[in-house]
Design a protein around this ligand. Structure first.
Ligand code: CO8
Length: 258
């Protein structure tokens, strides 16, 4: 089943454990359709998790990360279609760190995919927005909920109510993305982030993601309990021993995820 051929994405898995996923519908500015969502979910499901240490998403064609849901196929999308929520949740809850590499338009469902990732790095000329309101819609891939949790109330509502695009500099100022970087520094900055993610301790990264995601939607005492449990578990890992030994021996740690 892992042999399946994909038509809307490209992917590669490096020896270091970086799974790179490229949205590959440049003629539609990498708009999301049912096939693309299905193929991403299948790839994440069928790639052995132990081989993956981090995942990046990007768009092909040089113009867009993704311009959102494929408007030409809208009539085919059912209300409350299970696949849509399932797709964005599969990305958001994937047990490895995820990073969106954004170069160009990042709109609607494309912006929601980026927000479902843990980290977002964008070129300076990228543009972000939720244009759904211009179509008589609202974001349908978690955008209203993630934006209101991630941004200030006023900024989240401005994006959703007005449907205007903001540039990468403002997106960084608002906290929508981690970094807006010059075109010529983009690959280097992304590589530095990716290097940290693939060489970091896999279980600790997985636990950090899990408790931060779960704790965001709970009260502080419940979140602190989750953290304490994860911390206790990590104290018993070989990675923790290795990290401490590497510190004492003044060398880089080599984490194996045990
Ligand atoms: N769907 C389908 N095709 C698209 C989309 C899209 N979202 N965006 C662009 N395209 C197509 C264009 O139709 C065009 O095709 P053609 O060459 O055949 O005419 C081609 O891509 C190039 O686009 P443009 O010529 O429009 O390029 P411009 O540089 O003039 O404009 C823009 C770029 C500003 C990005 C413009 O294309 C645009 O406004 N696109 C629509 C953006 C939009 O409204 N997105 C929101 C869609 S709704 C949504 O995302 C809801 C999410 C719900 C959950 C997710 C479920 C999957």
């Amino acid at each position: 089943d892992g042999e399946r051929t994909y038509h809307t994405i490209e992917h590669s898995l490096s020896d270091e454990g970086l799974l790179e996923i490229t949205l590959d519908r440049p003629e539609r500015l990498n708009a999301l359709n049912g096939d693309l969502m299905d193929e991403v979910m299948h790839l994440l499901d069928s790639t052995p998790q132990d081989d993956v240490r981090a995942v990046t998403f990007e768009g092909t064609g040089g113009k867009a990360f993704s311009a959102g849901a494929d408007i030409t196929g809208f009539s085919g999308i059912e209300p409350h279609e299970k696949g849509v929520t399932e797709f964005f949740e599969a990305v958001a809850n994937y047990p490895r760190p995820t990073l969106a590499k954004i170069d160009g338009y990042c709109l609607g469902g494309g912006n929601e995919l980026a927000l479902a990732c843990d980290l977002r790095i964008a070129t300076e000329d990228s543009e972000f927005g939720f244009p759904e309101i211009n179509l008589g819609l609202i974001p349908g891939g978690g955008g209203t909920q993630r934006a209101i949790r991630m941004l200030s109330d006023a900024r989240a509502k401005e994006l959703v109510f007005r449907g205007h695009r903001i540039d990468a500099e403002l997106a960084e100022e608002w906290g929508l993305i981690n970094r807006a970087v010059d075109d010529d520094e983009f690959d280097d900055v992304v590589a530095e982030y990716v290097d940290d993610l693939v060489s970091g301790p896999p279980i600790a990264l997985q636990k950090a993601k899990q408790v931060m995601n779960a704790g965001r939607d709970q009260d502080l005492s419940a979140g602190l309990e989750l953290e304490a449990q994860a911390f206790g578990l990590l104290l018993g890992t070989e990675d923790m021993q290795e990290g401490a030994a590497a510190f004492m021996e003044k060398r880089d740690a080599e984490f194996e995820g045990k």
